[in-house]
Design a protein around this ligand. Structure first.
Ligand code: RB5
Length: 149
């Protein structure tokens, strides 16, 4: 039996319900949802949650991640500060495929105050089912990586 792909999930207080719906959805599809919270509606700072999710990937504990805040923007900015992490905000499916296929992004960010649950789940499916294409895109991703050194 092959190990389930581990997907880290995190959000701020603005996206708890959507995050939990995504966790259930991806578990039903055979992924392991590593949900790092929060679970209570108390206000939490999105930079901390974005960083925590990104660290799970940078450390090798999880392969991909899905992070959420009200707009998806603030938590994405925080995640992208962690070395080696590429995260994009996608509020439609085309970009969600492309950040995997062309940018080798490990993290998808969405805005819970921007997309409804039905669309969000389709965006998640597009992201998780797409592989990085490599080739000329690999060269460009390497250029991004080189900026970090
Ligand atoms: C929280 O009110 C809100 O600022 C946050 O969820 C997010 O949208 C920030 O980018």
């Amino acid at each position: 039996m092959t190990a389930k792909k581990r997907i880290v999930l995190s959000s701020d207080h603005a996206a708890i319900e959507l995050r939990q719906a995504i966790a259930k959805h991806i578990e039903e599809q055979g992924y392991e949802a590593v949900d790092i919270g929060p679970t209570t509606p108390d206000s939490v700072h999105y930079p901390s949650m974005g960083e925590a999710a990104a660290q799970k990937i940078a450390s090798g504990d999880c392969e991909l991640g899905i992070i959420l805040c009200g707009t998806g923007q603030g938590i994405m900015m925080a995640a992208n500060k962690v070395k080696g992490i590429r995260c994009g905000v996608c509020n439609e499916t085309f970009s969600a495929k492309m950040i995997r296929a062309h940018n080798d992004a490990q993290i998808l960010s969405m805005g819970a105050r921007v997309v409804g649950q039905g669309l969000a789940l389709e965006i998640v499916d597009a992201f998780l089912s797409t592989e990085f294409e490599g080739g000329r895109h690999g060269l460009r991703v390497d250029m991004i990586k080189a900026m970090e050194d």
